[in-house]
Design a protein around this ligand. Structure first.
Ligand code: SF4
Ligand code: SF4
Length: 422
């Protein structure tokens, strides 16, 4: 992709609404956001202070929207934003931010810094200053239907394995089903056991569900790269499929940013409410379990802990369902330090893991997760996001740690299977 500075500046300027302006005006430069960001805490590099990552947008706000900013530019007392600033900040805006939301939790004046970085990426992506890995993933999502290039045929091949393993028929394009489920490409390629677990659980709980051949991909690279146009197109595909099948709910799978995209950003992107509801798989499993539709037994006594996916727990509010489920299947579940809505990111969300250039930094900031796990001495880590899972597995391998990572839906299905067999 080529660079277009003028277009990028115009796009960045369009993001500066009253909310963004209020955030910039109220920053008291306390630096607390730095201590919340693992890219700063694990490197001590002041450039990774969250509010500093917003410097290009702050300067544009000042020069175009404040009296003193315009005055200073006229008198030559400050310099306008340049193309070199886009080039210099690209790494800070993409490689060193997972959009994890932790900085927003600690800002004493309530600045949602994560929202601001998400907005800043809109200008950077239009200017062409975004990581090639994310540009390619977004292109594949728009043209093929999935950021990893998964086609319907690939999904069908994975589903036929699931059918063979379970003896169950996987419903496809069933009009009037209650639930339409989405999968992330990573689940199809790396963790088909998630699909198998869903099939077993839904069969046991007699859930009326379907997959759509028109829209099965949950992930949304448009959100990660910062292109509302691409994000809207990807959300629209899911909405059109769900509304044409007439389902009551769409299930967001074990993928963090997919949940943010479809549940929180989606209606704003398409400019209207959906005719169905979004539910995260963990919320649904918890509801089924509480309604007595899932009999779980045979709680494991292996000591284990839970890594909270940022977009599901901190940004998504799904805090209790994973814990309620773990209470049913894991007798020796222990919380990490800083668990729940203040847990530390895996280091690879927000498109960082799709950006090869950031691999070294991502593995460096894994120090924090390693410390959290080693402080507990557990050998099993449960999570609920396929991207977190890959990133955690890579970090664990890099550090030569003796820890297994499993998905929570899979763990629930294992206990369901144990009961069914007994
Ligand atoms: S959203 Fe997370 S990674 Fe990004 S600046 Fe804030 S704390 Fe750091
Ligand atoms: S925590 Fe909030 S007020 Fe403090 S420097 Fe960061 S953005 Fe500014």
């Amino acid at each position: 992709m080529g660079h277009d500075f003028a277009k990028g500046v115009a796009a960045l300027d369009r993001q500066i609404d009253s909310r963004i302006a209020a955030y910039f005006s109220s920053c008291v430069h306390c630096g607390l956001c730095a201590e919340a960001c693992l890219f700063y805490t694990e490197t001590n590099d002041p450039r990774y202070t969250p509010i500093y990552k917003l410097e290009p947008m702050r300067r544009l706000w000042k020069e175009k929207h404040t009296f003193w900013g315009k005055f200073a530019i006229k008198l030559g007392l400050s310099k306008p934003l340049t193309e070199q600033d886009f080039a210099d900040w690209e790494e800070l805006v993409y490689d060193s931010c997972t959009l994890c939301g932790r900085c927003s939790m600690v800002c004493p004046v309530g600045n949602d810094i994560t929202y601001m970085i998400r907005k800043e990426r809109e200008g950077f992506s239009v200017a062409g200053y975004s990581p090639p890995g994310l540009q390619e993933a977004t292109h594949r999502a728009l043209t093929i239907g999935s950021p990893m290039g998964i086609t319907l045929k690939t999904l069908q091949a994975a589903l036929s394995h699931v059918e063979k393993n379970t003896g169950l028929k996987i419903p496809m394009d069933q009009p009037g089903a209650d639930y339409m489920t989405l999968f992330s490409s990573m689940e199809v390629v790396n963790f088909p056991e998630y699909i198998e677990s869903v099939a077993r659980i839904f069969d046991a709980a007699q859930v009326s569900w379907t997959i759509s051949s028109e829209a099965f991909e949950a992930t949304n690279s448009g959100i990660q790269i910062g292109s509302s146009e691409a994000a809207k197109e990807l959300v629209s595909r899911v909405v059109n499929a769900a509304e044409s099948l007439g389902v009551k709910y769409v299930i967001s799978p074990e993928c963090g940013h997919a949940y943010t995209a479809i549940r929180w950003e989606g209606p704003n992107l398409i400019g209207r409410p959906y005719k169905f509801e979004i539910i995260h798989i963990l919320e649904l499993l918890d509801q089924l379990q509480k309604a007595g539709r899932l009999s779980l037994s045979g709680s494991t006594d292996i000591p284990l802990t839970f890594h909270d996916p940022c977009q599901i727990v901190r940004r998504g509010g799904v805090i209790e369902p994973p814990r309620d489920l773990l209470a049913k299947v894991a007798a020796n579940f222990v919380e990490m330090g800083d668990h729940g809505d203040m847990n530390w990111c895996c280091g690879g969300g927000g498109g960082v893991s799709a950006n090869e250039r950031a691999d070294g930094l991502r593995l460096k900031v894994f120090d924090r997760k390693q410390q959290q796990i080693e402080a507990l001495g557990v050998k099993t880590l449960v999570t609920a996001c396929a991207n977190c899972r890959i990133v955690l597995e890579e970090g664990i391998e890099d550090r030569d740690m003796d820890v297994d990572v499993i998905g929570l839906t899979e763990l629930v299905a294992e206990h369901l299977a144990a009961k069914a067999a007994s």
